[in-house]
Design a protein around this ligand. Structure first.
Ligand code: MN
Ligand code: MN
Length: 436
């Protein structure tokens, strides 16, 4: 590639295996990934190696103490660096567990004029039977066209602002503007629309959708244009009491995502009808006062505070560096996670001595099958923020620590052989986040 004859600035990241003049690795190494490499390599030999040593070119080594060996064949160093505990798992990992991680970066992008959509469903992450997710971006004015679907739709606004509308089976209406940290929920079969707005210098919006069926497909929703295009014109005319000429311009196929006229004030888009939908379809999740603990915070949003959301319960968790979402499980269903920022690590315990550890970063999806034990640790240098979703009207978790604290301590000691005075000191109150 002419790297030798065309020197590049030392800071430039080069692709295709070329090297910068000072032999920096092509994958820019953070302090964190360097720590992981050292940990994965079993320590001493690499601990004294300079930054950007040869090891970095192949990612973390599959070596743990005396076990393992270097990789001789092809590798994907940036990918391995994202998943150090997949390459060199802790000794506590054991047995065969399903894959519990998917990155939206590996999801096919559907590009349309005005935006894009990509999804993570059972086709991408086969274990995720209970829920599926869609990540969607709309530029200001762009519309996700009027549609409905069999599944209920829960959403979290990641960035920007949008106007949402819906009409229910009794002719009651809903319209609202949703911003960063807000949720919406459309029940199964209820028709709705989403249109991006201009706000705070952001051109439109990006959001996460979660559906209460892992088999959902964003490409299989019922679209108003698609239906009209597949109905005889004379039937359309009869149905609406309009001349056939009124339908001369209907699109010949679906629009799905398309640029639209900027809407006016929200008040003008509140259509009245048979009155407002009684259970509001939007909710200000980040305006909720969180449960604060040393090490982080948790906001829980289920049908108790967001009554419309009858099939999806959610939690927004924030962990400071080193903090732990404590060891727990959920008595009421699978967990679908979306990582908003930072880096985290989760080990899932699946009974029969099975356990597997995964590393996650912003944009990743995590999954925990029903009742499996797990913790999530912030392994980065910045706050870790993630969403947990459940196909349930109520949020529920069972804390390992609280269970032990509230079971006769002589009995717990007989199982764990933990000193009785230490067991007596365990707090009885649940703390979803514990400090690092
Ligand atoms: Mn929808
Ligand atoms: Mn959980």
């Amino acid at each position: 590639m002419g790297a030798a004859s065309t020197p590049k600035p030392a800071s430039r990241v080069v692709v295709g295996g070329a090297r910068t003049p000072d032999h920096q690795p092509e994958f820019p190494m953070t302090d964190l990934s360097r720590r992981h490499l050292i940990a994965a390599a079993g320590g001493a030999a690499l601990a004294s190696a300079p930054p950007g040593a040869a090891r970095a070119e192949t990612g973390p080594a599959p070596i743990r103490g005396k076990d393992g060996a270097s990789i001789l064949g092809p590798t994907n160093p940036p990918r391995q660096a994202q998943e150090p505990f997949t390459t060199a798992p802790p000794t506590t990992d054991h047995g065969t567990m399903p894959n519990l991680k998917w990155s939206f970066s590996d999801s096919h992008m559907r590009l349309e004029e005005g935006g894009w959509a990509r999804q993570t469903t059972i086709r991408e992450l086969p274990v995720s039977k209970a829920m599926a997710g869609v990540n969607m971006r709309l530029k200001a004015g762009a519309v996700r066209e009027m549609h409905w679907h069999k599944e209920a739709e829960w959403s979290y606004m990641i960035r920007g602002k949008a106007r949402i509308t819906a009409v229910d089976q009794d002719g009651r209406t809903f319209a609202d503007d949703v911003s960063e940290g807000d949720l919406w929920y459309f029940p199964s079969g209820i028709p709705h629309s989403i249109q991006a707005l201009d706000a705070d210098g952001v051109d439109g919006c990006e959001f996460l959708l979660v559906f209460d069926d892992g088999a959902f497909s964003e490409d299989s929703t019922f679209l108003i244009t698609d239906w009209m295009a597949h109905t005889p014109r004379d039937v359309l005319a009869k149905n609406f009491g309009l001349p056939e000429s009124a339908f001369a311009q209907i699109p010949p196929s679906e629009l799905y995502i398309f640029p639209g006229p900027r809407p006016g004030p929200l008040s003008a888009d509140r259509m009245g009808g048979a009155g407002e939908i009684p259970k509001r379809f939007s909710h200000r999740m980040e305006a909720q006062e969180p449960i604060r603990t040393r090490g982080g915070s948790v906001r829980i949003t289920d049908s108790r505070v967001f009554p419309a959301s009858e099939t999806i319960a959610a939690a927004l968790v924030e962990l400071e560096p080193g903090a732990l979402r404590e060891m727990h499980w959920h008595p009421n269903g699978d967990e679908w996670q979306y990582y908003l920022s930072g880096k985290g690590r989760m080990t899932v315990f699946g009974s029969e001595s099975k356990a597997r550890t995964f590393d996650y970063q912003a944009g990743d999806v995590g999954y925990v099958p029903f009742a499996m034990g797990h913790y999530i640790e912030n392994t980065g240098d910045t706050p870790l923020r993630f969403l947990e979703m459940f196909r349930s009207p109520r949020y529920a978790d069972v804390s390992l620590r609280q269970w032990m604290a509230l079971t006769p301590h002589a009995l717990v000691q007989a199982h764990t052989r933990i000193d009785r005075t230490l067991l007596d000191g365990l707090p009885q109150a649940k703390s979803p986040v514990v400090p690092g």
